[in-house]
Write a protein that binds this ligand. Structure first.
Ligand code: PLP
Length: 430
């Protein structure tokens, strides 16, 4: 079919994320993708500044991952995980245990990031059922948090400013703390005192604290001081509360460490992994915890088992993809690669910090953020970027990039330059 007809059918039949059916946004039709390039039907290409929402870290059409998948397809594409197991899943357990430095020795596989958050929260509730503390049925989350689109995950997103604020009345009620104030590169102020106050008051109701370590992602792209995480861990131990880190966006090298929690001195009780886990090839997620915690979850005071089991859990193709992606990561000098990317983005974005309409600029590892004073017109700005050959989708007042780690220096410079020029053209005349 000719590509205009294709786009017409797309508009007619498909609902895109956070979009209206009455006035749908235009979508760009992608023909193929390779390395950091997205190819359109007119044979032009875009440099991808988004890694398809944090996930495609090794670039598109990666030969190594392609081959791992092809080999696995010829063995087994899927079997149920109830009563059956397979090498890709087992090897992934070993790999995850390894790259998480042995901090977790019990893994649960599921379909997507949001489901991983559901699973982690269920673990926390079941853990306290196992301890006979059934009243612990709330989670403490943070302003500026983003944890996904399913109902429990929505109830953990910023209750005022998130995409899910309009569901307030039908969501599980949780407890919210102010976001950590001290920035990643600033000195640490006593940000945890607000939480200490909430815990003193509500500890008996709270099963877990959930937080995106170091980088709050889709809820505001805020980078905060890792000392905050150390303090949380202490308070959790004191009040008998579990600590859940949502590393769905930050995991697998994005911040310059394999996992963002490595910037702190502690590890959480439960960790959620997703997005880049398969190198962005397919939907998959994992939740890690310890055998000690799982043993409490599964004891006879609770239901005797962890009560979750999605149909496609531990899908062999997804597991093998994750193994291949982790394999590639282990061959990458992460610090060198990510600090290299950080340096180039910082050099360019420093110029944006001087723009009169820019409030703040921050760069950490492979994430560069320009925050403007006012919300930008996302579609108009995206179009300007596309005309300059780059794919960047701003939201609200945030223009941010997180390119694939394999991006060439030339492409990265072109990407940063296009962001500055596009932003200047869009806002300097207003
Ligand atoms: C994207 C994201 C999720 C949700 O993951 P999905 O795969 O989109 O369901 C949860 N938490 C964080 C921090 C994320 O960035």
């Amino acid at each position: 079919m000719e590509f205009n007809a294709q786009l017409k059918n797309d508009k007619k039949l498909l609902q895109h994320p956070y979009d209206s059916s009455i006035k749908p946004m235009d979508a760009f039709l992608i023909k193929k993708a390779e390395r950091e390039f997205l190819y359109l039907y007119d044979n032009t290409s875009l440099i991808d500044g988004m890694s398809s929402w944090w996930s495609v870290i090794h670039g598109y059409n990666n030969t190594f991952i392609n081959n791992a998948l092809k080999e696995q397809i010829d063995k087994v594409s899927h079997v149920m995980f109830g009563g059956l197991t397979h090498e890709p899943a087992i090897n992934l357990g070993v790999n995850l245990n390894n790259i998480l430095s042995g901090n977790f020795d019990r893994f649960f596989y599921c379909d997507s990031g949001s489901v991983a958050v559901e699973v982690a929260v269920k673990m926390a509730f079941q853990y306290y059922m196992g301890k006979g503390l059934n009243n612990k049925n709330k989670i403490l989350s943070f302003e500026g948090a983003y944890h996904g689109d399913t109902f429990m995950a929505m109830s953990l997103c910023d209750p005022v400013n998130s995409m899910h604020k309009d569901f307030g009345n039908i969501l599980h009620t949780n407890i919210f703390a102010p976001k950590p104030k001290s920035g990643f590169f600033e000195s640490y102020e006593d940000d945890h005192l607000d939480i200490a106050y909430l815990l003193e008051k509500y500890a008996e109701d709270i099963a877990a604290i959930i937080i995106e370590p170091v980088v709050q992602g889709a809820g505001g792209m805020w980078f905060y001081h890792p000392e905050f995480l150390n303090k949380l861990k202490n308070m959790c131990a004191y009040y008998d509360i579990l600590l859940i880190f949502d590393e769905i966006a930050t995991g697998f090298g994005r911040t310059g460490k394999m996992f963002a929690f490595e910037y702190s001195d502690i590890a959480p009780d439960i960790i959620c992994l997703g997005k880049a886990i398969t190198g962005g090839y397919m939907s998959f997620a994992a939740v890690g915890t310890t055998k000690n915690i799982m043993d409490v979850i599964c004891n006879s005071k609770s239901v005797g088992a962890f009560m979750h089991g999605p149909t496609f859990m531990a899908n062999p193709l997804a597991c093998e993809c994750a193994n291949a992606s982790i394999n590639l990561l282990q061959k990458t000098d992460l610090t060198k690669t990510l600090i290299g990317i950080q340096k180039i983005i910082s050099d360019y974005f420093a110029e944006a910090a001087e723009f009169p309409f820019v409030k703040d600029v921050r760069v950490l590892g492979g994430i560069g953020v320009i925050e403007t004073f006012n919300n930008v017109d996302s579609n108009s700005l995206t179009d300007k970027f596309v005309k300059k050959g780059v794919w960047v989708r701003p939201f609200k007042n945030l223009i941010y990039i997180m390119p694939p780690y394999i991006i060439s220096e030339e492409s990265l410079r072109k990407l940063c330059k296009a962001v500055l020029e596009g932003l200047w053209e869009e806002l300097s005349k207003k």
